[in-house]
Design a protein. Structure first.
Length: 159
């Protein structure tokens, strides 16, 4: 099976959205996706894109995605965050995830970033194995901290 990895285009966003939904189901949060295809188009392809997305294409079918965005580390300088790397269930285990990660790392290097970071669920052993095989440092002991919209609202009401 041959595939190619390329920068996503606006027309790819319905397929990107489908894979985001597939990831939410895989991560046992099927109702967590609140964005729309229109949000992806607006936020990824406007005058100031908020993210960069790569797609893996197999016979004109989007089989995987990797979505990154810029961040800034007070210790390191410019970094990028890999928000999601998703491979369609039917195409897993065929090297597509590794190819997408390779493209993200190439992109980060071209951008001159000092670090590429992402999260992985502790039970997602196939992903952990891939990341470790590529030399990534799995930093156990760190906690992810978030405030969702409701949390932000409650926080502001209590200061």
């Amino acid at each position: 099976m041959s595939y190619k990895v390329r920068h996503a285009q606006k027309e790819d966003m319905p397929h990107v959205f489908r894979l985001i939904q597939e990831l939410a189901i895989y991560e046992k949060e099927p109702d967590a996706v609140l964005i729309t295809i229109e949000d992806l188009v607006r936020d990824g392809f406007g005058d100031r894109p908020l993210f960069c997305c790569f797609v893996a294409e197999v016979d004109d079918h989007i089989a995987g995605i990797a979505l990154v965005y810029p961040r800034y580390s007070t210790w390191k300088g410019p970094v990028i965050h890999l928000e999601d790397l998703v491979v369609d269930k039917a195409y897993r285990g065929k090297g597509i995830g590794a190819a997408l990660l390779d493209e993200v790392v190439r992109y980060g290097s071209q951008q001159g970033v000092k670090r590429i970071s992402w999260e992985v669920l502790d039970w997602n052993e196939p992903a952990i194995d891939l990341y470790q095989s590529k030399g990534a440092n799995i930093m156990r002991g760190w906690y992810i901290v978030q405030l969702d919209e409701n949390g932000i609202r409650n926080y502001l009401e209590n200061i």
